[in-house]
Design a protein around this ligand. Structure first.
Ligand code: 5GP
Length: 176
């Protein structure tokens, strides 16, 4: 069994959640299994080491990017920065509004969290329309960070989220 197979078999699909017509991919069984959680972190780490010369920060997206981002940051020996839904971060923040697969939202980052020229890697659990990841890219551009790439556990291919994120690269562990 490969690491990808180990990860893939622990992602469940729930029809009609959180709304009718949405097939929700649930990563909770993956989090609960220590070997699979190690495997997904290994795959992220291998991708970074094989493709990027330098990464200064892992930037995680609210909320499930917070589950995988710090694990990867620890492997790489770099820091983790959260992008949060609006109203959660103290101090001076920068924000951007965006459309979700189901609704509207606003994302924020602390302006002192990322310095101009820092090389950042964005991470989330899943890429659907790409709207959430695109908002994170906009926030990082406002910070004048250098985006080295985007990473997700799951890419939903038929929604073409990666097109919205060009020219940035998107690495995914599994694709549906
Ligand atoms: P997008 O903005 O690409 O349309 O949606 C991606 C965002 O919505 C991610 O932050 C992700 O956590 C969440 N999301 C959308 N659909 C799913 C799903 O089926 N499963 C999970 N785990 N998250 C989803």
């Amino acid at each position: 069994e490969t690491k990808v197979q180990l990860v893939n078999k622990l992602i469940r699909a729930f029809p009609d959640f959180p709304k009718k017509g949405i097939l929700f991919r649930d990563i909770c069984p993956l989090l609960k299994d220590p070997a699979a959680l190690t495997a997904v972190t290994d795959l992220f780490e291998e991708h970074v080491r094989n493709n990027y010369k330098r990464v200064d920060l892992i930037v995680g997206l609210d909320a499930r990017g917070f589950l995988f981002g710090p694990l990867l940051a620890q492997r790489l020996g770099v820091g983790f920065v959260p992008i949060r839904k609006t109203g959660k971060l103290p101090g001076v923040t920068s924000s951007v509004a965006y459309d979700l697969e189901y609704g509207k939202a606003e994302a924020e980052v602390q302006v002192d969290a990322v310095a101009p020229g820092q090389k950042v890697l964005l991470i989330d659990d899943l890429l659907a329309t790409g709207g959430t990841m695109y908002a994170a890219i906009q926030l990082m551009r406002k910070q004048e960070a250098e985006i080295v790439g985007c990473m997700v556990v799951i890419e939903l291919k038929e929604l073409n989220g990666i097109d919205k994120l060009k020219p940035h690269s998107v690495f995914s562990v599994v694709q549906y």
